[in-house]
Design a protein around this ligand. Structure first.
Ligand code: ADP
Ligand code: ADP
Length: 219
């Protein structure tokens, strides 16, 4: 899914924290949103995902103004799971969408296999480690094959080996399903490993946009 924004602004308590003249997130890309703390990265992501409303400007999703809620999903730094088992968490969006039991089972089994969760399908969410919790949140987000996946510092509190698994999964779903991935991260090494394009924000402004290898060569 292609995103374009024009004259996008957001202020909190009278202070403008986002002021983007024009920009785009290329369809099928893995775009890193990078920049220092307070640059407006989360604000931009939350506007795209519809969790927050802009004060001015427009966002277009494949040319349309309407947010395609059924095709977008968001993963947060602190994952919130439902207080039930791993497999029920992953199945939840599919139940909401009316998938049949066999289709749900097939999809849950596939995601658990891909994220190495098969051995803990029956485990309760509150007994998981932080890394396991985030993997379940990612599996749940991916369950219905979203066309746009938004992630806000998903590995900030996660151990390196789980971080590597999550990064690998982002690349895989992007390559295999053409899911557009937008990853907010303060970690430039992560952006380098995971992303093919970058938006560099600073003080609410879009400073640079382009290929990740070019932008990250001289950060
Ligand atoms: P980043 O994700 O790049 O660290 P944020 O988008 O979270 O930046 O925040 C941009 C600025 O907006 C920061 O100065 C932050 O303190 C401020 N801000 C974000 N959300 C709110 C809010 N709900 N109320 C007041 N200020 C906010
Ligand atoms: P991130 O680390 O992802 O940039 P933050 O920790 O900046 O996120 O913000 C987490 C939440 O707190 C967001 O929902 C943001 O809108 C809100 N927030 C951020 N800064 C402020 C602030 N100065 N006042 C009130 N809420 C804020």
């Amino acid at each position: 899914m292609e995103l374009r924004f024009e004259e996008l602004t957001r202020a909190y308590e009278g202070k403008k924290v986002l002021d983007l003249k024009a920009g785009a997130i290329v369809s099928g890309s893995r775009t890193g949103v990078i920049g220092p703390n307070g640059a407006g990265k989360s604000t931009l992501l939350n506007l795209i995902g519809g969790l927050d409303r802009a004060d001015g400007g427009r966002i277009y999703y494949d040319g349309q103004k309407q947010i395609p809620k059924n095709e977008i999903t968001q993963v947060f730094q602190t994952p919130y799971l439902i207080t039930t088992t791993v497999e029920k968490n992953i199945a939840y969006p599919l139940k909401l969408r009316g998938w049949g039991e066999d289709e749900i089972e097939e999809r849950v089994a596939q995601l658990c296999q891909e994220l190495d969760l098969t051995g803990m399908r029956k485990k309760k969410a509150w007994k998981l480690s932080g890394g396991e919790t985030q993997k379940v949140a990612l599996a749940r987000a991916l369950s219905f094959h979203p066309r746009l996946l938004l992630l806000d510092e998903p590995t900030a509190n996660i151990d390196p080996s789980t971080t590597a698994e999550i990064e690998k999964m982002l690349i895989k779903i992007n390559e295999e399903e053409k899911t557009t991935v937008v990853l907010v991260t303060h970690n430039l090494a992560q952006a380098k490993r995971t992303c093919d394009r970058c938006l560099f924000l600073k003080s609410g402004q879009l400073i640079e946009t382009g290929r990740a290898d070019q932008i990250l060569a001289n950060p």
